[in-house]
Design a protein around this ligand. Structure first.
Ligand code: ATP
Ligand code: MG
Length: 397
């Protein structure tokens, strides 16, 4: 009996003429992930990717890895049989023992996509149900809320029996929507924002601003660690680290304190603009959430937006901190995010920030200094690092 993984598409299944472009990208992303685990054979048919482990490659590990790949609707482990109902019945006791041995209830779902198969779906369903009950007499049937659903699919190239189906991440394959630059701080929100946009098919690379000696090496390391953790979902990430100390000092020394936060945010965006133009990013992403802090009022966000030359995506804009935190726990960035290292945003942060700044006031305040020159200097000094999926290089105790 051969065991394989069937990967069912998520939203890709709804695509029209350009569907195969998305399928190609998904398959490429899947292969890249599983390469680290072992050898697999791949094929693609009927909106499904078939993955067969070769040379003893670990199927459990492969499933775990696929759970984090965007574009996948469901992951199903199946035993493959020739299209012979008897063969399925003869082996189901052995194959399903693991899943059904301790279960109480089950139901059957049968699907016949090969319409030449002589039995119709309701008949398959009935007879397979009887066979399962023969093999596992302790089970009861529950068609509404079964503990386990046993599926038999008669496809073009075989009969697939399965009792293990995992809901995939959904979304679109990373890379199918282009690439964007995430402003990554050490907080909870921005890694979640990056995850959410990668889920819509963007390659997400990260830009981070540091202000040594006001911010420490460890604070930067924490953000690098977040990048590394994000690769689990986003794939490889380029990390741009921007020296921001001189800009912040110039702001402190030349501009009214109450505007400091918005001015700083605008300068961050202006630097991101340059990187986007130079390296081909189509949007900026931030972890801003409306009304979370003074710099995230409608007026302040509008002042930040006015500095951007590309759209700013803010996927968590309408989410509560609790909702964002939940996602951050799920994707595994939470524990790193709550490590208590300072961010450059908290350096020189004003006691009484203007919560409803007007763009005219901001533009006026910005004239106090030649920030354009400083922006170019900062861009020239950016350090770039690459974080590869599955590689652990950053250590924080
Ligand atoms: P997070 O939003 O990540 O939890 P936070 O809420 O402490 O952190 P804010 O000060 O609210 O961060 O900043 C809002 C957004 O600005 C962040 O989500 C992030 O996108 C961006 N940002 C803040 N500080 C930095 C930084 N040092 N480098 C890059 N981007 C930053
Ligand atoms: Mg925030």
């Amino acid at each position: 009996m051969t065991e394989v993984i069937l990967v069912k598409y998520g939203e890709i299944a709804l695509k029209g003429e350009n569907k195969s472009t998305f399928e190609d990208m998904l398959l490429k992303n899947i292969k890249r992930r599983l390469k680290k685990i072992g050898k697999f054979e791949y094929s693609r048919r009927q909106s499904t990717v078939y993955i067969e482990p070769l040379d003893g490659a670990d199927i459990d590990e492969a499933v775990c890895s696929l759970e984090k790949v965007f574009g996948i609707g469901a992951i199903q482990r199946c035993a493959v049989f020739p299209k012979d109902f008897r063969a399925v019945v003869d082996s189901l006791g052995e194959y399903l023992a693991d899943a059904l041995g301790n279960a109480k209830t089950f139901k059957i779902e049968a699907k016949r996509s090969d319409k030449t198969f002589p039995m119709r779906s309701p008949d398959i369903q009935q007879q397979l149900g009887d066979a399962v009950l023969d093999a596992f007499p302790h089970l009861g049937v529950d068609v509404h809320e079964p503990e386990i659903t046993v599926r038999l699919e008669i496809r073009d190239n075989g009969a697939y029996l399965s009792a293990k189906r995992i809901i995939g991440q959904g979304g679109m394959p990373v890379g199918s929507s282009g690439k964007a630059l995430l402003m990554l701080s050490g907080g909870i929100d921005s890694p979640v924002a990056g995850y959410m946009m990668a889920k819509r098919g963007l390659v997400v690379d990260c830009i981070h601003y540091v202000s040594p000696p006001y911010t420490s090496d460890r604070a930067r390391l924490k953000v690098e660690k977040l990048c590394e953790e994000m690769t689990e979902y986003c794939g490889d990430i380029i990390f741009y680290c921007v020296p921001f100390t001189e800009i912040q000092e110039a702001l402190r020394d030349n501009c009214p304190e109450q505007y400091f936060t918005v001015l700083m945010r605008r300068l961050m965006v202006k630097i991101a603009n340059k990187i986007c133009a130079r390296d081909g990013y189509g949007a900026i992403i931030t972890g801003e959430s409306l009304a979370q802090v003074a710099s995230q009022t409608l007026q302040a966000l509008n002042c930040t937006n006015a500095a951007a030359e590309l759209p700013i995506f803010r996927p968590v804009i309408g989410m509560d901190k609790i909702e964002i935190t939940e996602i951050s726990r799920k994707i595994g960035t939470y524990e790193t995010s709550i490590m208590p290292y300072e961010d450059c945003c908290t350096v020189f942060s004003p006691k009484h920030p203007r919560t409803r700044p007007k763009i005219e006031e901001i533009l006026e305040a910005e004239k106090a200094y030649d920030f354009d020159k400083m922006i170019d200097e900062a861009v020239a000094k950016i350090e770039v690092k690459r974080f590869k999926y599955g590689e652990k290089t950053v250590f924080l105790d």
